[in-house]
Design a protein around this ligand. Structure first.
Ligand code: ASP
Length: 355
């Protein structure tokens, strides 16, 4: 019987470039001349993405990525583990599980560690970050970081982003703020951050909820705490979880006949998220499909495709759950995590209001 990490490794060897779980490198402070004993310690888990990519050459290995930013040593002693080396469009729930378990393991084994930084492509960073926000069992900072420009082009933003992420991970008052995303000196909550621009370096935004804070040159400053439950306050457990349940997203549009929902029902997924219009309003085809799913005892979460505001009130179709201000792709993450414990099926409305 293969463990999750064994089977993931086999899988990844087939599909993406992945490097064994522990490529361990301690970068000492010899470059900066500082005493490593007095430095905060940070572990950096690398997964790939634009931050590690070069236009004309293969992606940087995890340790090469870190070595390219010797200024890190002014802030921390750094251990590096390469988890994967892939664009984030190829990150899978199996890799979420691997990263989540590894983070919990590292924190449990090292009480002196200040925090953990995860380098990741920006395309699906918000899903990985929100997943970790739900399952990491420690109040120390976990910071996801990436870049919009590859490592070898003019004004690459990766080195600066990585430096700011390490600064956030070593800051005492970063504790108990849930998992964070740091790019462009901005600190966003994993729960609230959306990638909003295909090109620009200021791509992550928390919309109505606003940023958590900034990594400024003189200090890391926080303006608020996340308002939803996270990490040590979360009820969700990773122990004993070997895979995450299947939860697809169906998208509503004018004239939709509900066919993708009916197709999914045949596969009997653990749950379905439907991305509807503003306020959770939907086409009659979507409504027919959703009623059929509910009748088949498949939990259905209704999300809005509109980024501002939330879906208020109660669902128009009895038995469904409102995602409120969570976009469909994050509602899917929460539903997958919640359904790892079948008893949560009865309390999904409460869960979606709290997380
Ligand atoms: N394609 C990249 C990714 O891995 C984009 C990025 O990292 O910004 O998501």
């Amino acid at each position: 019987m293969l463990s999750v990490s064994d089977s993931l490794r086999l899988d990844c060897m087939k599909n993406i470039t992945i490097v064994g779980t522990v490529l361990f490198l301690v970068i000492t402070s010899s470059i900066s001349g500082q005493d490593p004993v007095k430095q905060p310690q940070v572990t950096i888990l690398t997964t790939g993405g634009t931050i590690a990519s070069r236009s004309e050459a293969p992606s940087l290995e995890g340790h090469a990525l870190i070595q390219a930013v010797p200024q890190l040593l002014n802030y921390a002693t750094v251990n590096v583990e390469e988890i994967a080396r892939t664009g984030s469009s190829r990150i899978t729930p199996e890799i979420w599980l691997l990263i989540g378990k590894r983070i919990n393991e590292i924190f449990a084994s090292d009480p002196n560690l200040s925090g953990i930084v995860v380098t990741h492509g920006t395309d699906t960073m918000e899903e990985t970050a929100y997943y970790l926000n739900l399952v990491v069992k420690d109040d120390r900072p976990v910071v996801l970081v990436g870049s919009m420009r590859s490592a070898d082009i003019i004004s690459a933003d990766g080195p600066s982003n990585l430096l700011q992420a390490v600064r956030v991970a070593t800051t005492q008052h970063s504790k108990n703020r849930g998992v964070m995303i740091v790019l462009n000196d901005e600190i966003n909550s994993a729960r609230d951050a959306w990638k909003t621009d295909n090109q620009r370096v200021q791509t992550f935004s928390a919309m109505d909820r606003g940023i958590l804070g900034y990594a400024d040159p003189d200090t890391v400053i926080f303006y608020r705490n996340p308002s939803q439950l996270h990490t040590v306050h979360s009820i969700f457990e990773l122990d004993g979880i070997e895979s995450l349940p299947e939860v697809p997203i169906a998208i509503d549009y004018p004239g939709f006949d509900g066919s993708t929902i009916f197709q999914w029902i045949k596969r009997n997924p653990a749950g379905i998220v439907v991305q509807t219009f503003a306020g959770g309003r939907m086409s009659s085809g979507a409504a027919d499909g959703i009623r059929a799913a509910v009748a088949g005892n498949i939990p259905v979460v209704i999300a809005s495709r509109v980024p501002g505001g939330r879906i208020p009130g109660t669902p128009s179709i009895e038995g469904t759950v409102l995602a409120r201000d969570l976009p469909a792709h994050k509602a899917r993450v929460l539903l997958m995590v919640a359904l790892t414990d079948p008893s949560n099926k009865e309390t999904l409305t409460t869960i979606f209001n709290k997380y």
